[in-house]
Design a protein around this ligand. Structure first.
Ligand SMILES: Nc1ncnc2c1ncn2[C@@H]1O[C@H](COP(=O)(O)OP(=O)(O)OP(=O)(O)O)[C@@H](O)[C@H]1O
Ligand SMILES: [Mg+2]
Length: 497
């Protein structure tokens, strides 16, 4: 059987030639004709090119089976529409001879076969696979573009804004449509305008600019810190025609970083002052006893000398003088101890959970936490408490630092921080680690000043903690665990609600 649809040689009259040319045109179109049972009756060269099946292979086959058609809705529904309206159009998924999936836009029309008088369907298809892919890509791109938290601005090489996403409103204060068509200089503070030339210069060279931190201007004139990433945009010929700019507002980030730095500096200072104070306090404590003993002995010596009636004895004069000096030293030490008593700071109303989070961050700041997981379990029913924020912060920082140091060589590094309100009007904080546990050799003296198991430890962290907590009317405790240690502190809840 010869292929009736393949144009053969034509050697006819003019009208015949014109007819033949139309036939060639039709043959190149991607058209098939079938009956309602799906039997293919006509299959053009265009269809052969699209699906890979020749007319010989296709004719007589059931169309939907041959092309493994996936319909957008059940076929009977489509055929019903076709019968009512005489035509139907939509998108179909087909499989080609070599197994490729292709999307086609299809146009079905109902006609009557001249010979049999049966209804037949002509179907014309166009490959839209690439178009659909592009559409999906564009939709995805648009989604990402609009949902980005960072401002994205497309500009031409002369600095005219071509596109802007929704985030520009939050960051720059302008609606996207207010910016489009304007010059980017609108967003740049006056003294930084020359910067734009440098940026365009880099873009001209095809260079990307990444995380460039600078200042930009909002609609209300406010200046703010921003991190810019800018890359060249090319046209289809590879020519640079503009730039895409991503702007991230970093004011918040920088502010919290600065706050952290200043808190840390304050803490370091306090640490030093407190260390000195603690040392002085410990020394005063240590001196107090021998001084009391000294006073006792000198008093006794003075009484004995008096009993011996050696009033003019130069030894007695010396003993009396020594007694006076010892008394003076004792007074100085007593005053010093009074002065250094902790808890003299200012008490403020504080959100305890906030303070805990801040202190834990501070305690771990600057240390490489490695793989430490911080697990917070903070009670929500904790009232505002009246405490010396800085001192309590220092307590928590000390506990966290000890915990981090104890976990240095542990395979599992979990720091659990819990707050809880106890029925006895106490507020409890526990800091638990999965570290090396307490060294039994120092267990009994843990809270005493200068008790340490660390080569460079001062051994005063915990004693400071205990003093501060007790000055707040609270108490501290420690517990051992299978793996690790748990420190707890309880603070009384007063005058609340
Ligand atoms: N979480 C912990 N796990 C295991 N041991 C701990 C823990 N916390 C404290 N210790 C032990 O208690 C000792 C005393 O701690 P403390 O904080 O008072 O002093 P330090 O950490 O040695 O030095 P520094 O004065 O610099 O803080 C530590 O040396 C350590 O042996
Ligand atoms: Mg310590």
């Amino acid at each position: 059987m010869t292929d009736p649809l393949r144009p053969r040689q034509f050697n006819f009259s003019d009208w015949q030639r014109s007819f033949a040319l139309q036939a060639v045109g039709l043959n190149l179109a991607q058209v098939t004709i079938r009956d309602f049972a799906g039997n293919i009756r006509l299959w053009t060269l265009g269809m052969e090119r699209l699906y890979g099946y020749t007319a010989m292979e296709a004719i007589g086959q059931i169309s939907h089976r041959l092309l493994k058609t996936v319909f957008p809705r059940p076929l009977p529904e489509i055929e019903a529409l076709l019968r009512t309206h005489g035509e139907w159009s939509g998108e179909l998924l087909h499989t080609t001879r070599d197994g490729r999936k292709i999307w086609v836009s299809t146009q079905w029309a109902l006609t009557v076969d001249q010979e049999s008088n049966d209804f037949i369907i002509s179907e014309e298809n166009h490959d839209i696979t690439e178009l659909k892919r592009t559409r999906t890509r564009q939709a995805l791109f648009l989604d990402t573009f609009q949902s980005s938290q960072d401002a994205i601005i497309l500009k031409s090489l002369d600095g005219t804004i071509l596109e802007a996403n929704l985030a520009v409103e939050r960051i720059f204060g302008y609606m996207p449509e207010e910016l489009i068509g304007q010059s980017v200089s609108l967003l740049i503070p006056d003294d930084l305008q020359p910067q734009e030339n440098d940026i365009i210069g880099e873009i001209h060279k095809g260079n990307r600019i990444e995380h460039f931190e600078t200042i930009r201007k909002r609609k209300n004139g406010e200046l703010f810190e921003v991190s810019l990433s800018i890359s060249p945009v090319h046209n289809e010929n590879g020519k640079i025609i503009g730039a895409a700019k991503i702007a991230r507002d970093i004011t918040e980030r920088n502010n919290s970083h600065r706050k952290m730095q200043s808190l840390l500096a304050e803490l370091a200072h306090l640490d030093r002052v407190d260390t000195m104070g603690q040392m002085a306090s410990a020394i005063a404590h240590e001196l107090n006893q021998p001084l009391t003993a000294l006073l006792g002995y000198l008093g006794a010596a003075s009484i004995i000398l008096k009993q011996r009636g050696s009033d003019t004895d130069p030894i007695r004069t010396s003993v009396e003088a020594a007694k006076k000096q010892a008394q003076r030293s004792s007074d100085v030490v007593a005053r010093l101890r009074n002065y250094l008593r902790p808890g003299a700071g200012e008490r403020q109303n504080s959100d305890f959970n906030d303070l805990v989070r801040e202190a834990v961050e501070l305690g771990s700041f600057g240390k490489s936490l490695g793989h430490i997981v911080v697990d917070y379990d903070l009670a929500t029913d904790i009232p505002i408490v009246l405490i010396d924020r800085v001192q309590i912060c220092q307590v928590i920082v000390n506990l966290v630092r000890n915990a981090v140091e104890a976990m240095e060589t542990s395979p599992v590094k979990v720091l659990s921080v819990k707050t809880k309100r106890s029925p006895e009007r106490f507020l409890e904080l526990t800091v638990e680690d999965s570290g090396c546990g307490i060294d039994p050799a120092i267990q009994a003296l843990l809270f005493q000043p200068f008790t340490t198991s660390k080569p460079h430890g001062m051994g005063i962290g915990l004693s400071i903690c205990r003093d501060i907590v007790e000055a707040h009317g609270g108490r501290m405790w420690v517990g051992s665990k299978n793996q690790g240690t748990i420190f707890g502190l309880m603070l009384p809840l007063e005058e609340e609600e």
